[in-house]
Design a protein around this ligand. Sequence first.
Ligand code: NDP
Length: 326
Amino acid sequence: MARATFGVLLLLTICYQGIWAAQAPVKLLNDGNRIPVIALGTYGSADDIAVMRQAVFWAIEAGYRHIDTAELYRNEEQVGQGIADALQKGLVRREELFITTKLWNNHHARDQVIPALRDSLRRLGLDYVDLYLIHSPVAQAANGTFEDIDYLDTWRGMEDAKKLGLTKSIGVSNFNSEQINRIINNCEIKPAVNEIEVNPTLTQEALISYCQSVGIEVMSYSPFGFMVSRNRENSPPPKFDDPELTKMAHKYGKSTSQIVLRYLIDRDTIPIPKSVNKERIKKNIDIFDFSLTEEEIATINKFNKNVRVVDIVKWKNHPYYPFNKP
Ligand code: NDP
């Protein structure tokens, strides 16, 4: 009898911990924290912002535990509401979620970092985030003019924020390997993450292998690259109906979108697919029951054209423009 009761309790605990839900594995960051290996992307149009609360709730319901937002996206409030809905309905506990947000370019002075993070936390309705990233190495005033602030000063502000417990981990986004190396040689706390664009037409082999060699996890943004419309003429292949991707999709009983997300997982990165559509949100996390072979990864790498979805032309003359080297 006691054994049967124990069995039921164990089963309830397993179900409560969500082991049977469609959840992503986690990785250990270099600071000892754990990061779920797929995140919901949230950058989008005003129409997307209007439905983001619902999208974030659907994502948590579907098993996502990691949400990627930023001050720049003007949706931290809606993201926070979606999180609050999920917490209130008992879907998850706060400590089971991993929330990433980012410091925008106009708060790069060391003493601006903590106030900017506190503003993000207020909009999100949270006491802390799990990961705070410098959105880019480029410092700008609110009107967009360049500012002469070294990202090493910004990094010191990030270290201050982590020491205060306002964020569990700190990292960077859109930094190249030289810039990261300079932080590593001048920091107290190493960046845990570099969030960069990675997809079949921007495979980033050099930057990813550099980050991995120094223990920095890579989060892959714009994972679908030019497979989705970016309103750009002559956008390079592949598209969702590409024959090579379709062959892999048939082999594994998946869609080509899932193949590309799995490719990013199998390259040991953390993809950030954005969707506000309930079915696509579910589909994008349903990628943990198969893996690609080395040959299949190499086949997808061959699509590389070093073409970026996100290239900020107006940053090109900034001394810290990051995209002119790996
Ligand atoms: P994605 O590569 O995630 O593509 C998003 C587009 O794909 C949307 O139009 C979405 O439409 C559609 N989509 C989603 N799932 C599928 C699917 N299964 N099949 C077909 N279409 C699909 O692009 P993003 O550029 O948004 O990048 C993802 C996230 O990365 C951002 O939202 C943001 O969080 C982060 N990011 C970070 C940057 C940085 O500088 N750090 C820069 C850019 C992005 P729908 O919503 O209708 O499903």
